[in-house]
Design a protein. Structure first.
Length: 175
């Protein structure tokens, strides 16, 4: 059983020949919303014009997650109409904070560190856009599913398991 066709293809390429099926990861929307006391998946202000939009990304801050790409992208938006909340911890955190300083966007990025699940869900729910900048092409993300539960706009790399899970519900980008 594979959670997406990209992972199944990787195993086939490696030599796996047994029969298989695809069974996607799943999240129970009602249970997810109940855990944080959210009665509606979509905040009332979602989709309305705002003076500042919030991007949200979270995960273990390690090479390969692509958080540096978000900081670089933010540095190309001169207007402070976009801010970034980058949650998580790991060996790359100091490097990411230094990069934000170097790129002149440190004042537009919040680094709350590791947060408890309920706070994480609140960040996802209140964000305008949830971004998964990079990850292994063959793996999915429960955070992506939770962002979709809250109807948060999503941006993921194309031609990945993340893109397959999100389908037309996400904006896909190429490196």
């Amino acid at each position: 059983i594979f959670t997406n066709p990209i992972l199944a293809k990787e195993y086939r390429t490696f030599g796996y020949r047994a029969p298989y099926t695809i069974m996607p990861d799943f999240v129970n929307p009602e249970e997810t919303r109940a855990r944080i006391g959210a009665s509606l998946p979509i905040p009332a202000q979602r989709g309305m014009e705002k003076p500042v939009y919030t991007l949200f990304a979270s995960g273990r801050m390690i090479p390969g997650k692509g958080f540096h790409l978000l900081i670089e992208a933010l540095s190309h938006i001169p207007d402070p109409c976009v801010r970034l909340v980058l949650s998580g911890n790991g060996p790359e955190r100091e490097h990411l904070e230094a990069l934000a300083e170097k790129k002149g966007v440190r004042d537009r990025i919040t680094f709350p560190g590791w947060v408890a699940e309920q706070e994480l869900m609140r960040h996802i729910q209140s964000a305008d856009i949830f971004v998964l900048p990079a990850w292994r092409t063959d793996l999915t993300s429960v955070l992506l599913l939770e962002a979709l539960v809250f109807a948060t706009q999503v941006i993921v790399p194309s031609d990945t398991a993340l893109a397959w899970v999100a389908g037309k519900s996400a904006l896909h980008f190429r490196d």
